[in-house]
Design a protein around this ligand. Structure first.
Ligand code: HEM
Length: 496
């Protein structure tokens, strides 16, 4: 046999192995958007990196279950509220939210080393933080008022241009840290810069690692500076207080009469059950900041862009905020009665989630869905959140920003309650849905509504003449508001 025939045989064998591998892949029968052939799927991943929105929409329109290529694996996506409901109901024995988050974010490398093994922040957010929101409310309102007067301070009747995303991140980080670490640290500029940068740097780390091959991720991850730097700088600020409180706990135990009852103490109580209390408490504060800052800053930025593009919505919001605060003061109960504002924020969140997919899970044991689709162990699966939110079966004129669609008087009272910003459902998955739905949303919704209420009461807001709401930026399935400026001036009474 001459060399060229041997080469031909080798190519034929390779082609057969290639086809066999492809045809016998456990996910082969799930329809793919793009090509599912090995190697060609890399082109699909590249397309998904740039056009995830269109790809997810195409899959949603055509299939109940479909898959898209990521660089190193497939992501299986389910379509429509019935499938979202089914996904949420799969028990934790069969799927894991934490492992899915780790796959998407490389948590240990981008956030903090022990956050997966000791996620103590989750219990604290779900438990004492949410229970104490009413008590913490006055502090949050106070911090928001002071922060806004520091960062957006137009004089006379002059309009000023404000870079929205960075400015909202400052207010969100101050209000959140008024709760997480209290005064005076929540106003310390170096500490705030550390936690805000960290919240956005996690995305940088994730983006770098998303293009690094699996076996090199650990190595490259260790070279990423952001997480280590943030832990070091936060340790400088928090370790002395944590040490002091741990010491008092040891010395006084139950007899510690003036024991603080705040977020840091709740975190310390949990961390104290481990052998690594100081490090874990610091990591829990950092991960709380990550979870709170980028999500809330992006969400309020999106909402503000809608307002600046449609300043005619300012007046009905003002009237509502003024009427409600006149009767109930600046209380949690008052914010609960700001129905139009609530609807405005939910509507913005519907059209501008922080991510185009939701209810992310990693399959731990093979799962068979009601349509017969087998999702094998190890697969990543999620709901097509953005596409669900523009499904005309669930929302009239779904592409339209209709700020008061959820508070509309035509809705029954019970319907309006069901459509509160805070509520998740199989048709509204911006906070996830089910057991792992965002536990911080009760805090976030109050904080964001107070921020928006403050802004409509105190400023006139618009885009520069001729400028409209910018399109959102999609990187993979992450949805990021464009970084643009909005015009603010002191509210000119009677001009609106
Ligand atoms: C508007 C702001 C926010 C949005 C849009 C948002 C959205 C989300 C989403 C989509 C998830 C994943 C749910 C899933 O895929 O099933 C999530 C999880 C989570 N969020 Fe939020 N979030 C926000 C604010 C916050 C805040 C302020 C905190 C902390 C105080 C927080 C803490 C968490 C935590 C700890 C998880 C993980 C839950 C678990 O592991 O079970 N979030 N959030």
């Amino acid at each position: 046999m001459d060399g060229s025939v041997q080469l031909l045989y080798a190519w034929a064998a390779a082609a057969i192995i290639y086809v066999l591998y492809w045809r016998t892949h456990p996910l082969y029968s799930i329809p793919t958007i793009g090509s599912s052939a090995p190697l060609l799927s890399y082109l699909g991943a590249w397309r998904y990196f740039r056009e995830a929105r269109e790809i997810l929409q195409e899959g949603y329109s055509k299939h109940k279950v479909f898959k898209v290529a990521l660089l190193e694996q497939w992501l299986v996506v389910v379509s429509g509220s019935a499938m979202n409901e089914e996904l949420r109901k799969i028990p934790d024995s069969h799927v894991s939210f934490m492992l899915a988050a780790d796959e998407f974010l490389h948590t240990k490398l981008t956030i903090a080393p022990d956050v997966n093994t000791h996620p103590i922040h989750i219990g604290v957010i779900r438990g004492p933080l949410t229970r104490n929101l009413g008590l913490l409310f006055a502090d949050v309102v106070d911090e928001i008022k002071v922060a806004f007067s520091d960062v957006i301070n137009p004089q006379g009747d002059d309009w000023i241009e404000v870079p929205v995303l960075a400015t909202m991140a400052q207010v969100v980080s101050r209000a959140s840290n008024r709760v997480f670490v209290g005064l005076p640290l929540c106003r310390n500029t170096d500490y705030l810069e550390t936690v805000v940068n960290f919240a956005f740097d996690v995305a940088k780390g994730r983006d770098v690692l998303s293009v690094v091959p699996g076996m090199l991720k650990g190595l490259v991850g260790k070279l990423l500076p952001w997480s280590r730097r943030a832990i070091k700088r936060t340790t400088h600020y928090l370790a002395p207080t944590i040490q002091e409180r741990l010491q008092k706990l040891r010395e006084l135990g139950e007899d510690w009469n003036d024991r603080p009852d705040d977020y840091l103490m709740w975190v310390i109580d949990e961390a104290n059950k481990t052998r690594n209390a100081i490090d874990l408490a610091i990591q829990a504060i950092l991960v709380s900041n990550f979870a709170a800052i980028h999500t809330s800053s992006n969400s309020i930025t999106h909402a503000l862009y809608h307002l600046a593009a449609n300043p005619e919505y300012i007046q009905p919001l003002r009237e509502e905020v003024e009427a409600v605060t006149k009767e109930y003061g600046w209380t949690k109960a008052a914010v609960g009665k700001m129905y139009k504002l609530d609807s405005f924020m939910r509507e913005s969140q519907r059209l501008n989630g922080i991510v185009g997919i939701s209810v992310m899970r990693k399959v731990l044991q093979d799962v068979t869905l009601s349509d017969g689709t087998l999702i094998p162990k190890g697969t990543l699966v999620a709901a097509a959140a953005a596409a669900t939110h523009v499904d005309e079966e669930y929302y009239d004129h779904p592409d339209k920003f209709d700020p008061f669609r959820f508070s509309d008087k035509r809705l029954e009272e019970s319907e309006r309650v069901r459509h509160q910003y805070i509520n998740t459902s199989a048709k509204f998955v911006a906070f996830g849905h089910g057991k792992h739905a965002c536990p911080g949303r009760f805090f976030a919704v109050n904080e964001l509504k107070v921020m928006m209420a403050y802004m409509v009461l105190n400023y006139d807001i618009k885009f520069k003449d001729g400028v409209g709401r910018p399109d959102n930026i999609w990187i993979w399935h992450s949805v990021i508001p464009a970084d643009v400026k909005v015009m603010f001036r002191k509210r000119q009474v009677g001009t609106m």
